[in-house]
Design a protein around this ligand. Structure first.
Ligand SMILES: *Cc1c(COP(=O)(O)O)cnc(C)c1O
Length: 454
């Protein structure tokens, strides 16, 4: 052992420091002791960075205690310009959804209790009515997420049988979601048809045998292909599947409930379009463009939905009461489309006029300048994210911190602040795209920038 290691203070000595003892007012002694041991161990590993005074030891120990008290799942400000950012939790919930969660979470609820008859009920009833009304589907079922919806539907209709899918749709949706892997786990045998760029109706027809359990159509939600391409539209595929006597499963992903073309977002099907295509079962996410909680929504033929409900996997993939409460409240907003656009945060963010963002950025830059932090307003482009409108670029506006030091240091400071802010570095500066920032967060964002720049 080196001399400097031997010189590190003992744990019991550090525990007696005044500032360390004071920590006992807010955390149990065992927590303090473990923080002290961790800080000493760290100092032993890198003696050159060990605290050198009582004050520095106290500070390091207090910081360790604070870090342990802080949950790893924290609210952040999404200034990335990607509105439905999967890593940042996708859709923020509407106020109505938060209220609904609070009411159901506080006490007991009629989750599986039929208040009309006073007997056992089913959790599957709660959102089905609104989903039928809003999408035109015969029936609906809600599970944990869209991946779960795909597993459940394939396992129910094609377990041990062939599921035909175009080679152009064997895609990866995100980190750990690859369509072929999910399909394999469902018990269905994947049969690839067509080629990467061109798949024709005849490719499906030729692959249909007595072993075929389903035809699967996966929406290209996070990429675009162009050039020498051909695909069979879900409507035509539904007809083909009907003629072959097998169901068509249509994974359309986004959960878009309203036509957003008035706001320049074109080309994605809505849930109603997906149902109207004639697919036997449609699956989509709850937390993408629908703007609700994480959920997988299955829409379609009543007999198939009934079969899904009685599959034992449905029990393993079921959603909890908080999700159902939030989803119901979110769906209810869609009864009045104008209200949905105004009150569902994802839709409000995507449809905010760029002028409004510019005005907010301008005000923020002025407030920063008044406190000696130099920044400028810059037009930019945001994306939808969350696997929808992959090529859409939405005009946006950013606060660019170009005169407040090294952007990498600044980015780290903002990310590690009391309210973490996630921006993006571009052209040697840190950009805060306001499209994904609630206007009610502007003050907190300004404060976070001031603290990081200090
Ligand atoms: C996003 C997406 C999924 C996965 O949805 P999760 O809700 O994240 O499970 C599946 N299919 C498509 C087409 C998607 O866009």
């Amino acid at each position: 052992m080196s001399d400097s290691r031997r010189a590190l203070p003992a744990v019991h000595v550090l525990l007696e420091l005044e500032g360390v003892r004071a920590l006992a007012e807010r955390v149990p002694r065992a927590v303090i002791a473990s923080a002290v041991r961790a800080v000493v161990a760290e100092a032993r590993d890198d003696v050159s960075r060990a605290p050198s005074t009582d004050g520095a030891w106290t500070e390091a120990i207090a910081a360790r205690v604070d870090a342990g008290e802080r949950p790893t799942l924290q609210p952040v400000v999404n200034a990335t310009g990607v509105v439905l950012h999967t890593n940042l939790g996708r859709a923020p919930l509407a106020a109505a959804a938060l209220t609904a969660i609070g009411e159901v979470a506080r006490g007991f609820s009629s989750l599986e209790y039929d208040l009309a008859t006073g007997s056992r009920g089913s959790r599957h009833t709660h959102c089905a009515g609104l989903l039928r009304e809003l999408t035109g589907a015969d029936d609906a079922l809600v599970v944990n997420n869209c991946a779960a919806a795909l597993v459940l539907t394939l396992n129910t209709v094609a377990n041990g049988r062939d599921a035909l899918v175009s080679r152009g749709e064997l895609v990866e949706i995100g980190g750990s979601f690859r369509v072929p892997d999910i399909m394999a786990r469902s018990g269905a045998r994947l049969v690839e048809v067509g080629t990467t760029n061109r798949t024709y109706a005849d490719d499906y027809r030729r692959a249909c045998t007595s072993q075929t359990g389903a035809i699967v159509s996966v929406h290209r939600s996070n990429f675009a292909v162009e050039g020498f391409v051909a695909a069979v539209a879900p409507r035509d595929l539904a007809e083909l599947a009907g003629a072959a006597g097998v169901p068509l499963l249509y994974d359309f992903g986004s959960g878009l409930m309203l036509d957003l073309s008035p706001w320049g977002l074109r080309g994605e099907p809505t849930a109603r379009d997906a149902v109207a295509s004639g697919a036997s079962l449609v699956v989509m996410s709850g937390d993408k463009l629908l703007g609700g909680p994480q959920a997988g929504i299955i829409l379609g033929r009543a007999d198939l939905i009934a079969a899904l409900r009685s599959n034992p996997l449905a029990r393993a993939l079921r959603v909890d009461k908080l999700t159902l409460a939030a989803l119901h409240a979110t769906l209810a907003l869609y009864r009045d489309p104008a209200r949905a656009v105004a009150e569902i945060p994802a839709l409000a963010m995507l449809t905010t006029p760029v002028d409004a963002l510019r005005a907010r950025a301008t005000a923020m830059v002025a407030r920063l300048a008044a406190r000696g932090v130099s920044a400028r307003v810059n037009d930019t482009e945001s994306t939808v994210g969350g696997g929808a409108f992959p090529t859409a670029r939405i005009p946006s506006c950013a606060v660019v911190l170009d005169g407040s030091g090294d952007p990498i240091t600044l980015e780290r400071a903002l990310r590690n602040g009391a309210l973490p802010v996630i921006g993006r570095i571009s052209d040697g500066a840190l950009w805060m795209d306001l499209r994904g920032v609630e206007s009610t967060d502007d003050d907190r964002l300004t404060q976070a920038i001031l603290e990081a720049a200090a």
